[in-house]
Design a protein around this ligand. Structure first.
Ligand code: PLP
Length: 394
């Protein structure tokens, strides 16, 4: 039967171009939980590309908290937080996070993407510009677009470049950076950026999606690693989809900012609250992160990172200046990155190649991520396999 609507040519052209440049993306279905030992197409792989850095995504305590939360509070939030979708587990999680990180208030969002859209679109506008690191996450860039604010980007991790642009701006605005850069794994110069923002009377916001749970004292992330607090970092975004092993996000901030965001952050106001069962599960994750078990997991992760870097040092590849769970191996060409990924697959290793536009053109890579859930043997297998594949290919 002839379809009623033909696909417009420009859609097919865009797809053909992506295919031609080896930039086509597709979803892959896992037949197992999100653990390092996955099953894909009836084949077992050891995976090194998940953001479940502490191995909490299938932790029994987290699963049980989700089940109990659902039994008591149901699955659906039912409405936005401001109508009748703010349930006791949401409040308990907000209070626990605010207490842990030392902020007046915490507000939950359904995803990190939405938290960043919400905060930036509420705080920036045509007269309040946004200044961002060149390698900031896409959701931070998109937040500035939603705000219809002028957006300038400084050189990656470069405080001098940031200062030059700040000084040029006619009005103060919002300075925003990733805490840990999602594709490179390095940490932003947060203390210097905080000072800069204060000097120029700019607002300062950090998205610590990859630091929270993993870095700093008690896993408090970049905040504690860089010696910042609620005064020197007034707007902190964290996400639950990574080290927390659940889903959703939050902003930790002052009473005044929280009141303001509650009124004006449209991606907060006009969306259903996260599932109360997820909020219950996330509270259990937080308790693990704060406990001695959390500390053990962080230490195991740190040992894996150290072992990995020491092994890969001798290979013919560019190793990034990262001490975090994100350990990219820069390949450059997209096709070459895909090929290396395929060869690793034949050795039982799963690591999805990351290509433009997620990373700059010519900087395609294997974004290897390590987890406390990996065993020492997993790390040996990874490094042996990389040695085989990389010395043969590059
Ligand atoms: C993953 C990520 C996000 C988005 O968080 P989600 O909860 O997955 O939507 C935001 N910022 C950074 C830096 C991230 O890495």
């Amino acid at each position: 039967m002839k379809p009623v609507f033909n696909t417009p040519d420009w859609v097919l052209v865009a797809l053909a171009e992506r295919r031609q440049h080896n930039l086509m993306r597709r979803t892959i279905t896992l037949d197992s939980a999100q653990t390092p030992h996955t099953r894909i197409n009836n084949q077992a792989y050891t995976a090194f590309c998940s953001n479940d850095y502490l191995g909490l995504a299938d932790h029994p305590d987290v699963i049980q908290a989700l089940q109990l939360g659902a039994l008591k509070y149901g699955v659906g939030g039912g409405s936005s937080h401001l109508v009748c979708g703010h349930l006791a587990p949401h409040q308990a999680l907000e209070d626990a996070l605010a207490d842990w990180l030392g902020y007046d208030r915490v507000m939950l969002f359904s995803t990190g993407y939405m938290a960043n859209l919400g905060v930036i679109s509420a705080l920036a506008d045509k007269n309040r510009p946004v200044l961002q690191d060149k390698l900031n996450h896409a959701s931070l860039i998109d937040g500035a677009m939603l705000a219809q604010a002028s957006l300038r980007r400084y050189l990656h991790g470069d405080v001098v470049s940031a200062e030059r642009l700040l000084a040029k701006s006619a009005t103060p605005g919002l300075l925003v950076t990733d805490g840990v850069f999602s594709m490179d794994g390095d940490v932003a110069p947060l203390l210097e950026l905080s000072r800069l923002a204060r000097q120029h009377e700019w607002m300062f916001m950090v998205d610590d999606a990859h630091g929270l749970g993993c870095l700093g004292e008690q896993g408090k992330g970049c905040l504690s690693l860089s010696g910042l607090n609620a005064n020197s970092l007034p707007i902190l975004v964290g996400t639950f989809g990574k080290a927390f092993g659940t889903a959703g996000a939050f902003v930790a901030t002052s009473h005044d900012y929280a009141e303001y965001l509650t009124q004006f952050a449209r991606p907060y106001v006009y969306t259903t609250s996260m599932s109360p069962a997820i909020a219950s599960a996330t509270l259990a994750s937080l308790q693990i992160i704060q406990s001695a078990e959390g500390q053990d997991r962080r230490e195991r992760l740190a040992r894996h990172i150290e072992y990995f870097r020491q092994r890969v040092q001798s290979l013919p590849v560019e190793l990034m200046p990262s001490n975090t769970a994100i350990q990219p191996i820069i390949v450059g060409d997209s096709k070459a990155a895909l090929d290396i990924g395929e060869q690793l697959k034949t050795l039982g290793i799963w690591c999805t190649a990351i290509r433009p536009p997620t990373v700059p053109v010519g900087r395609a890579r294997l974004r290897i991520t390590l987890s406390a859930a990996h065993s020492d043997d997993d790390l040996v297998l990874l490094c042996d396999s990389l040695e085989k594949v990389l010395t043969a290919t590059l």
